[in-house]
Structure formats: structure tokens, C-alpha cells
Design a protein around this ligand. Structure first.
Ligand SMILES: Cc1cc2nc3c(=O)[nH]c(=O)nc-3n(C[C@H](O)[C@H](O)[C@H](O)COP(=O)(O)O)c2cc1C
Length: 182
């Protein structure tokens, strides 16, 4: 894994999900910088509906039971939450998901710049996570973000991704961009 990009484009174009970490702790300053990157994200009417629960260290992570099965040795898991009542809802689109997603992506790119790997995890049991961490009833858990220094070894998920999804990498621009009209 080649974390430590030199520009935003470099970060965007080199970032990959990391699911296997070396277990080393993250310096507090780096973790805070990632959270600052999330904090600075744009949001619906600048309502900043997000909250982040940081669970650090093997003991706390083991006790919480929130580390996904396919993730190895993260230094921490950042649990990204949103308060639907603090964001918009237009034509059936709940914008708290968008707000939190933007914040998470900023966090992920900043982490990569600092040499840290992350992966967005959407497959988790929300009730279980909320119970384990005392997250209030009205708050939704949008993503789990395991974070840490990447290990040399690739995880099973990374090896099997193409088999599972049938997609090798990104679609070509001509498949997704419609000039003028669809
Ligand atoms: C909304 C969302 C949910 C995801 N959920 C999971 C997940 O539950 N488990 C997992 O291992 N990866 C998950 N991923 C990571 C994707 O599989 C990954 O981003 C995608 O395969 C592209 O690979 P890359 O991130 O290495 O470029 C998720 C990504 C997104 C954006």
C-alpha cells in the first residue's frame, strides 16, 4: 500500500481500502487531524449533523465487539454517526447520509495523506454497535471506519474482491458520463 500522497489528486488516485493493519497505535495528533478533516466537511445548511465515536486500542476494540470479521488488527475504529433531525430531507432523500459520507471521505483521504489506511464498512449490525457504545436512540450509525497503519499482507477480502463483485476496478468515464443528456 502506498499511502503518503503529495496532492489531493495523488490521494484520490492512489487511495485503496485497507483491511489488514499492523496493529501499531496511531499518534494522537494524526487521529485528531483526521477528525479535523471530517469536521471541516460541507453539510446541509451547515448543520454538521455528524458525531464520531473513536474506539482505540485492542482491549477496547475486543470488548466492544465492533471490529468487522474481515478486518485485521486496526489501531482504532471510528464510528461515524448522523443525527437525521439535524439535516435535510428532500424528495425522499435523507441528507444526513450525504453529510456523514462527505465527512468520512475527507477523513479517509486525510488519513491516507498521513500514511494511514482505512476502509469504509457499511455491513454491520446497527443495534449491536449502538448498544455496545451507548449511542442514543435517535442517532443513526452510518459507517464504521477501521483505521491504522497498513500491514504488508493483503486481506482475504482484498484478494477476493473481484470474484465477489465481478468488477476489477473502476468503470471507464464513457460508461458513466452522459454529455448533454442521458
Ligand atoms: C458505502 C460503502 C460501504 C462499504 N461497505 C464495506 C463493507 O461492509 N466491508 C468491506 O470490506 N468494504 C466495504 N466497502 C469498501 C468497498 O468494497 C471498496 O471501497 C470498493 O471495493 C473499492 O475499493 P477501494 O476502496 O480499494 O478503491 C464499502 C464502501 C462503501 C463506499
Amino acid at each position: 500500500m502506498d499511502a503518503d500522497p503529495k496532492s489531493v489528486w495523488d490521494a484520490i488516485s492512489t487511495r485503496r481500502s485497507v483491511r489488514s493493519f499492523d496493529g501499531e497505535p496511531i499518534e494522537d495528533g494524526k487521529l485528531e487531524r483526521c477528525l479535523q478533516a471530517a469536521r471541516l466537511a460541507p453539510s446541509w445548511a451547515n448543520k454538521q449533523c455528524w458525531h464520531f465515536v473513536v474506539v482505540k486500542g485492542k482491549k477496547a476494540l475486543d470488548e466492544s465487539g465492533i471490529v468487522p470479521m474481515n478486518i485485521r488488527n486496526p489501531a482504532a475504529v471510528i464510528v461515524a454517526c448522523g443525527d437525521p433531525a439535524r439535516s435535510g430531507n428532500r424528495e425522499g432523500k435523507p441528507y444526513y447520509l450525504v453529510d456523514v459520507a462527505i465527512a468520512v471521505e475527507q477523513l479517509v483521504l486525510e488519513a491516507w495523506e498521513l500514511g494511514l489506511g482505512t476502509v469504509w464498512v457499511g455491513f454491520f449490525n446497527e443495534d449491536k454497535v449502538k448498544k455496545a457504545l451507548g449511542i442514543p436512540e435517535n442517532i443513526r450509525v452510518v459507517a464504521l471506519v477501521p483505521i491504522g497503519y497498513p500491514s504488508e499482507k493483503k486481506s482475504i477480502t482484498e484478494k477476493l474482491m473481484k470474484t465477489v463483485t465481478g468488477i476489477a476496478d473502476r468503470k471507464d468515464l464513457k460508461e458513466i458520463v452522459h454529455q448533454g443528456n442521458w
